[in-house]
Design a protein around this ligand. Structure first.
Ligand code: TMP
Length: 229
């Protein structure tokens, strides 16, 4: 093939970019659940599957999806005692930055954003786990995010005991939140379940004790309804 007939690398790259499938207005999917529920594993599997279908996927997380968020994450999880109001504000600040820098631009391009944790984590951990009024946590976070909620939230429901066993068998060091008492983690779990019960259309609740593959299949069958729309 002559040089002129062969598409340049730049042209190939741009035709690949043009070929990427998009979703009008983007699709925002979040994964929620207690520590050790398997959120990151399922989020990664979903992202890989979507990419194989040709979608642009942006994989991110709360806290820590941006450079500023990484610094906030280190303070929240690996620092000394954090006052509960400071804690709620720091999670919301991380979220505002991630939304402005990562999530909104991706949705505007028609990408699928697959994110570990979002406002529901603040409602469950700070609103249900800590003695802070849930309504105030909601108000704070709706201000931080200008009211942007995901279309789909996958809640991987796990008993705190099973989650603690999984973390121990993975040899993971507990972070500041994971070191909270069992009662705290029970309140968080109940908080997540109450949020899901209040918004059944947004939530897909799955028993995280199931096999990784089974969970992935159930998530794919739900995601298909958003992609077909
Ligand atoms: P993870 O990203 O490894 O799941 O860790 C984040 C920790 O922070 C986890 O223990 C849950 C906690 N958390 C909150 O307490 N509130 C929040 O808003 C978020 C996003 C996380």
């Amino acid at each position: 093939m002559s040089e002129s007939a062969e598409p340049s690398l730049a042209a190939q790259a741009s035709s690949t970019a043009e070929a990427a499938r998009s979703v009008a207005g983007g699709l925002f999917v979040t994964f929620e659940g207690g520590d050790g529920a398997g959120k990151s594993t399922q989020a990664d599997l979903l992202a890989t599957w979507l990419e194989a279908q040709g979608y642009e996927v942006v994989r991110t997380r709360d806290p820590g999806g941006t450079p500023l968020g990484s610094a906030v994450r280190a303070l929240l999880l690996h620092g000394d005692h954090v006052d509960q109001r400071a804690e709620a504000l720091l999670y919301a600040a991380d979220r505002a930055q991630n939304l402005a820098e990562v999530v909104r631009p991706a949705l505007a391009r028609g990408a699928v954003v697959v994110q570990d944790r979002y406002i529901d984590s603040s409602l469950a951990y700070q609103g249900a786990g800590r003695p802070l009024p849930s309504s105030e946590i909601r108000e704070l976070n709706e201000w931080a995010t200008e009211g942007l909620w995901p279309q789909l939230t996958v809640l991987l429901d796990v008993s705190p005991d099973l989650a603690a066993r999984r973390r121990a068998s993975a040899g993971q060091q507990a972070d500041r939140l994971e070191r909270e008492a069992a009662e705290f983690h029970h309140r968080v779990r109940e908080g997540f379940l109450a949020l899901a019960a209040a918004e059944p259309d947004r939530f897909l609740v799955l028993d995280a004790a199931q096999e990784v593959k089974e969970l992935h299949t159930q998530i794919l069958s739900r995601i298909a309804t958003y992609l077909a729309a």
